[in-house]
Ligand binder design. Structure first.
Ligand SMILES: *Cc1c(COP(=O)(O)O)cnc(C)c1O
Length: 478
């Protein structure tokens, strides 16, 4: 075969119209828009020109030996690139990891009802800050606040953008240039750049560390209290466990000390469940209402962890304190938008009004799945895959350990089920990459040489999407 040198390789570039009219790209124009296609074609041609000019052997290396070869190569690149363009924004993915609250995959999926409310509020006008009773200006916080009060028994509540902001505001408002006492066993790092010590110093307070990593006693708190102390902060170690020879001071005991010494007792609950998880056979997690009942002055928690709602940070507690936080000018900087409020209030209404919130809140539903349900789900998916592309890969059902994730219930493994796939014609890493680059990306793990689809976090309505992606991928490999 002849080698195409730079000159021939340049001459072989087809006119843009020939490319645009090629049959393979017809669907592409439909799906992505003509402008996007044109932009991609130009980009790919520029790239191709540059490559062949810079490298005499480019065509040889790419296996291009003829004019048709050039066209095929260019079209292949266009299909690749335009897919990338599609993936450039934020989009839906299929979570096949079995991790229910996957922070990288957007934490809690919303209940349908909440998602519907968001669409309505987002695409039209709403009573966000308009009081329909009086016809006067209203407050965006009222609706969520009244629901949280009712659900948790707190005197007052405030919703901000996330739990990190909630903790920051509590400390910034109530202990500027004063001391916040925290146990060394609770110096939590959540991930990314979120660390309790940095948050406290960033909010303008001085952190006083007490105790040791494994043990902190009441007398450690007592000894550390000075005239400058304002807050006793307890951080629920929601994403790790200190086990073995350990001791921490119970919330009730800390509340007693706070009352005796006139100090605020704040609890960063992290995941913040509103229902007793032991009812579904999971370890007990302190609920928000329990913490309020035990006398915490302020409790902060996330909206998108165990609560199963949108990203938000919720502060529940004493009215006098929350009024001060509301008056902090920084609070305005972290106020949520109408979409957050509409999703959150819908989720809270499910907790308030439904006898079985578990059935409606996806996070809880996934956590509560029984062994039987999981086996059924796995068998159903495995059968569909077998039927449509069973000849091109090996399909198995294996036991797996799922996780709650998102810094909730550390160390708790949920017995799960996965469909294990072993493609015959390509390597498993390449297989995983192709799945990740599908039009609806499928994100899963490789374990011991097979690709796993943990069914707990996959909705049955996505099964056909998975099957068609598998057929596409395995059909295209030679
Ligand atoms: C997750 C978590 C946070 C951070 O919450 P965001 O809503 O992600 O800001 C803070 N503290 C604890 C203990 C957590 O588990």
């Amino acid at each position: 075969m002849n080698q195409l040198k730079s000159k021939e390789a340049l001459r072989a570039i087809p006119p843009i119209n020939t490319i645009l009219e090629s049959e393979i790209l017809a669907d592409c124009a439909q799906e992505h828009g003509r402008e996007a296609l044109l932009r991609t074609v130009k980009l790919v041609l520029e790239d191709y020109k540059k490559s062949v000019i810079e490298d005499e052997d480019f065509c040889l290396k790419q296996g291009i030996f003829s004019e048709e070869g050039v066209l095929d190569y260019i079209i292949g690149r266009i299909l690749d690139e335009i897919g990338k363009d599609e993936r450039r924004g934020l989009g839906r993915v299929i979570n096949a990891t079995g991790i229910v609250l996957h922070t990288n995959l957007g934490r809690a999926p919303l209940p349908q009802k909440a998602a519907k409310a968001v669409v309505e509020v987002a695409t039209g006008y709403s009573n966000l800050e308009y009081d329909l009773e009086t016809g006067k200006r209203g407050d965006r916080h009222t609706y969520a606040e009244s629901l949280i009060k009712e659900l948790t028994g707190a005197e007052s509540a405030l919703v901000v953008n996330n739990n990190a902001a909630a903790i920051f505001l509590c400390i910034n408002t109530l202990a500027p240039e004063r001391e916040v006492i925290v146990s060394r066993g609770q110096q939590v790092e959540i991930g990314g750049s979120f660390r309790i010590p940095d948050l406290i110093s960033g909010s303008g307070a001085k952190m006083v560390e007490i105790g040791t990593t494994n043990k902190t006693h009441l007398k450690d708190y007592e000894k550390a209290i000075s005239p400058d102390t304002r807050i006793l902060l307890k951080v629920h170690t929601s994403n790790y466990k200190v086990t073995g020879f350990t001791e921490s001071v119970a919330l009730e005991t800390l509340v007693g000390l706070g009352q005796k010494r006139g100090l605020i007792v704040a609890l960063d609950l992290g995941s913040g469940s509103l229902i007793d998880l032991s009812l579904m056979g999971l370890p007990y997690e302190p609920t928000v209402q329990d913490s309020i009942r035990k006398g915490a002055d302020l409790v902060t928690f996330s909206g998108d962890k165990l609560l199963g709602g949108p990203q938000a940070g919720i502060i529940a507690g004493r009215k006098a304190l929350i009024d001060l936080i509301k008056a902090n000018p920084l609070t305005r900087m972290v106020r949520p938008c109408k979409m957050t409020f509409s999703a959150l209030t819908e989720v809270l209404k499910i907790y308030l009004n439904e006898t079985a919130p578990m059935a409606q809140i996806p996070v809880l539903k996934m956590m509560a799945m029984t062994a039987e349900e999981l086996s059924d789900k796995a068998e159903q998916l495995a059968r569909l895959i077998e039927t449509s592309c069973g000849s091109r890969l090996k399909v198995d059902i294996v036991p797996e350990l799922d996780e709650v994730g998102g810094g909730s219930l550390p160390g708790v493994m949920l017995p799960g089920k996965a469909v294990a796939l072993m493609p015959q014609s390509i390597g498993v890493s390449e297989f995983r990459e192709k799945l990740r680059k599908c039009s609806t990306p499928i994100v899963g793990r490789i374990h011991q040489g097979v690709f796993l689809l943990n069914v707990r976090t996959i909705d049955e309505t996505d099964y056909p999407v998975i099957v068609s992606a598998l057929c596409d991928i395995l059909g295209e490999v030679r």
